[in-house]
Design a protein around this ligand. Structure first.
Ligand code: BGC
Length: 837
């Protein structure tokens, strides 16, 4: 008998069942008698938050999954996973809750930024590489959310109605390689239902996941997704999160005693949990498996070892991960997609003498999407910071131009001093109802997000005080966000008093966009003491306090002399930007979305950019022909002005090093290496699959296998930029296509005058077929890097699966297929015929 089975035999039913629900929000239960330690699970997927939301425990904030996907580079996805594993170890986490690999079915999907692509092959390859990277560090990866969570509206209850074929060829295919090839140690079951059964009870957990695909890891529920005792326990659902409460516990013990759930079902779940613990080094006597991907795979059965071996061998495995900040910068540049360039980029050395940097997101760059993916980065290099550092001798101005974010933007730490300790940041005090000080501490942010876990019991008031070094003389609109009775004093004078009530019961919504109030203040002198306070704070978890500046319409903001009061009028804000753009050699406008509109738990209502940003771009481009637009959004947005500007760069949610990477790209130190992992539409009306809202609780995937570029091709409509598109700084020629059913090779020549990257893409089509097929579909690709004038012979392997369709099993329709090779789904210059038996 295997030693894991012997451990199981030592446990009573109660002790077994206890292990199957979390001990708290992020950990599992230990059982010291069998040498089992608690395991910590952490979000993911683009940084490791750990168990608290606290700026004193920052995490490397990598670019969003859409940026990673735009690299089309599996080796980069592996490196990304390895950095996450190192971060997880540093934070004491055993399980990373990622990658998110639901598909980009509609660009309105709220978590689009967190997932990879509209194409199942590209998604599956990147997911598998990410999983391998994470698990090479001895940490479990958790591909999520299995399956059909491709939208956010009514996500707990919506039922996806989808054909078996579309499931197999698209939505399950996205998960398959992560499980079958990369051998993920965990998978997260989704909130939604598929074809009538909620995913924590769905037969898809058994087949294909555990049977056909051989998954032997733990199925973790999405947080609060498991809602029943017997049906979830009878399914291949293993671990209910979070804990300590939930639908199992005592109720499951009773269900087993009553004969409604066989004890063998509980045993299987416990075995899987113990196997996971053995793999991640949380079970005494077992050597953690450091690398499932290597040929000498040791992961499928954890081997015996002395308990003392456990920690050391696991600890060293992550040692080879790249430095997080270095990787963040590399992915940001390599995933940046240059969709348009009239010759403006790259800037010739030594760069422009003056740059008008414009846009809310240029100053407050969104490094990540909102929701559970959020981590606190140690610092953020904004586009403005990045350009100022790279062009120290240039005159660089910043103007707001247009507001994107509603609410209070935290005052930057660089301008704040704790008045008690003299350290950077703020003094946070937690007070009881009788005014007693429960805790006083230095905090390194004016945004005390999610105080739920860290505030002392009995906290009735929270106070933040700081010495604020005034950025610019003049009026600034200061405010407070959070729930409770809010006050703000400036140098001892009360300037604001307001009852702030968080509407609705949505705990998440209260954290993402809390109520706020602000007032115009004209600081006297270069430094003022600010005290923001919330009294009578709500006693539930969703407590947050931000002291900051209100940039919303009706307010003003200045950073540099050129940008004076805009006084809330969008036209005046644009005018100030135009003045700056006229005076400068080049204008760089950073447009983007805001935390309210692009985040978890809600789909977007529109693809249009918020506020007056479209008008801003048009007006600035009309006065400065050298206008470069940088898009700071995790998902497609409409760019009606795209042909009126000199260049457009898609920067996604580019992570903590984005500003550095942007300067690298603008100045030509590196190429923008990205290719679109998803089609970017010109107009909302053109998008073939757009609606995300359930109708009577059902989201009907009626388009079947035709999503993304497949749907665009079928509709015959031109998007703004097609799947796979992206420009570099050199030119290429593809020749000499040779194809067999096993591989395709092409000669790729760099015909320009500098080194560059190209992504060679191979699609298949089938002219006469007895089955419904996409007009063409991605079958393989290769990243090529070549010096000026160099040619490379590139081979792309094809798998049998690329020729197959699902019809109650994988089938190959014999006959001729056409192979297309090129540089986007719409730019395929080479074709060949192959015959498949
Ligand atoms: C999200 C998951 C996440 C979990 C824990 C859920 O709301 O859907 O992706 O891992 O919360 O934060």
């Amino acid at each position: 008998m295997h030693r894991i089975d012997l451990l199981l035999n030592k446990l009573t039913l109660e002790r077994k069942v206890r292990l199957l629900t979390g001990a708290d929000e992020w950990s599992t239960h230990p059982d010291p008698d069998i040498g089992l330690r608690a395991m910590v699970l952490s979000d993911g997927p683009s940084g490791i938050r750990g168990v608290t939301w606290d700026e004193r425990d920052p995490a490397v904030n990598l670019p969003s999954a859409t940026a990673l996907a735009a690299t089309w580079d599996v080796s980069t996805a592996h490196a990304y996973g390895a950095v996450l594993a190192a971060e997880a170890r540093r934070k004491g986490a055993h399980v990373v809750l990622g990658p998110t690999i639901n598909l980009h079915r509609s660009p309105l999907g709220g978590r689009h930024f967190e997932a990879f692509s509209e194409d199942p092959l590209l998604t599956a390859d990147l997911a598998a590489a990410y999983v391998r990277g994470v698990q090479s560090g001895g940490v479990a990866a958790t591909p999520k959310h299995y399956v059909g969570n491709d939208f956010e509206t009514e996500r707990f209850t919506a039922n996806v109605s989808v054909s078996e074929r579309a499931l197999r060829e698209l939505y399950l295919a996205a998960f398959e390689k992560a499980v079958v090839e990369a051998r993920a140690w965990a998978v997260m079951s989704a909130y939604n239902a598929v074809n009538g059964a909620t995913m924590t009870e769905n037969p898809l957990l058994a087949e294909p996941l555990c049977g056909e695909w051989g998954f032997d890891g733990v199925v973790v529920s999405d947080w609060w997704a498991a809602r029943t005792t017997a049906p979830a326990a009878l399914a291949r659902q293993d671990l209910v999160m979070p804990g300590p409460d939930g639908p199992w516990g005592e109720a499951l013990v009773t269900a087993v005693r009553d004969g409604r759930v066989p004890e063998s079902a509980v045993d299987e779940k416990v075995l899987r949990l113990l196997r996971l613990a053995a793999r991640v080094g949380a079970l005494d006597g077992f050597t953690p498996a450091p690398d499932t991907a290597s040929p000498g795979d040791t992961a499928t059965s954890a081997s015996e070892a002395s308990p003392s071996d456990t920690a050391t061998s696991a600890g060293s495995a992550a040692g080879s991960a790249e430095d997080g900040a270095v990787l963040a910068r590399r992915v940001a540049a390599d995933g940046m997609v240059l969709v348009r360039n009239d010759g403006e980029l790259p800037w010739a050395a030594p760069g422009p003498r003056s740059v008008a940097v414009i846009g809310h997101n240029a100053l407050q760059f969104r490094t990540q999407g909102g929701g559970s993916a959020t981590v606190t980065p140690p610092y953020v290099v904004s586009p403005l910071d990045g350009l100022r550092a790279a062009l120290p001798d240039a005159e660089i101005t910043w103007t707001l131009g247009a507001v994107t974010q509603a609410g209070i933007a935290a005052l930057p730490i660089a301008l704040l001093t704790d008045p008690v300790s003299g350290e950077p940041g703020v003094r946070a005090r937690f007070l009881a109802a009788d005014g007693r000080e429960l805790l006083s501490e230095n905090r390194r942010s004016a945004d005390l997000a999610r105080l739920g876990g860290s505030r002392p019991a009995g906290t009735a008031s929270v106070e933040v005080s700081t010495r604020y070094r005034v950025r610019e003389p003049g009026i600034v609109r200061l405010g407070v966000a959070g729930a409770g009775r809010a006050t703000l004093t400036v140098d001892g004078v009360r300037v604001l008093e307001r009852e702030l009530v968080h509407e609705g019961e949505d705990f998440g919504g209260g954290l993402v966009s809390p109520p706020h109030a602000s007032v115009p203040v004209e600081p006297a002198g270069e430094e003022v003491v600010l005290v923001a306070r919330l009294d009578d704070v709500p006693q539930r978890n969703g407590l947050t306090l931000t002291l900051g500046e209100d940039l919303s319409p009706g307010t003003q903001a200045t950073d540099a002399k050129q940008a004076n009061s805009t006084d809330g009028d969008p036209a005046e804000a644009i005018e100030a930007a135009v003045v700056a753009a006229r005076r400068a050699e080049v204008a760089v406008i950073v447009v983007g979305t805001s935390p309210e509109i692009e985040r978890e738990a809600a789909d977007r209502a529109t693809l249009a950019l918020p506020g007056a940003q479209d008008a801003l771009v048009r007006t600035v481009a009309a006065v400065n022909p050298r206008t470069v637009v940088v898009v700071n959004a995790g998902a497609p947005v409409l760019m009606p002005w795209r042909d009126e500007v000199a260049a457009v760069l898609l920067g996604w949610f580019g992570g903590q090093e984005f500003g550095t990477a942007l300067a690298d790209v603008l100045l030509g130190a590196v190429e923008p290496g990205g290719r679109l992992p998803t089609t970017w539409p010109a107009k909302e009306a053109d998008v073939p699959v757009l609606a995300t809202a359930p109708v009577d609780g059902v989201v009907a995937y009626d388009e079947d296998i035709h999503i993304g570029y497949r749907a665009w091709l079928r509709a015959g409509t031109q998007p703004a930029y097609p799947f796979g598109h992206g420009l570099g700084y050199t030119s290429w020629e593809l020749t000499g296509l040779a194809a067999t059913p096993d591989e395709v090779s092409v000669t790729v020549r760099n015909t320009g005058d500098r080194a560059g990257k190209q992504v060679v893409q191979v699609y298949l089509s089938r002219e006469s077929s007895t089955v419904d097929r996409p007009e063409r579909w991605l079958a393989g690709y290769a990243v090529v890097r070549a010096d000026a004038g160099r040619a490379e012979r590139v081979t792309v392997r094809l798998t049998r699966r690329s020729f197959q369709h699902w019809d109650q099993g994988w089938r190959t329709e014999p006959g001729d297929f056409t192979v297309h090779a090129g540089t986007s789904v719409a730019d395929l210059t080479l074709t060949a015929r192959i015959s498949v038996p």
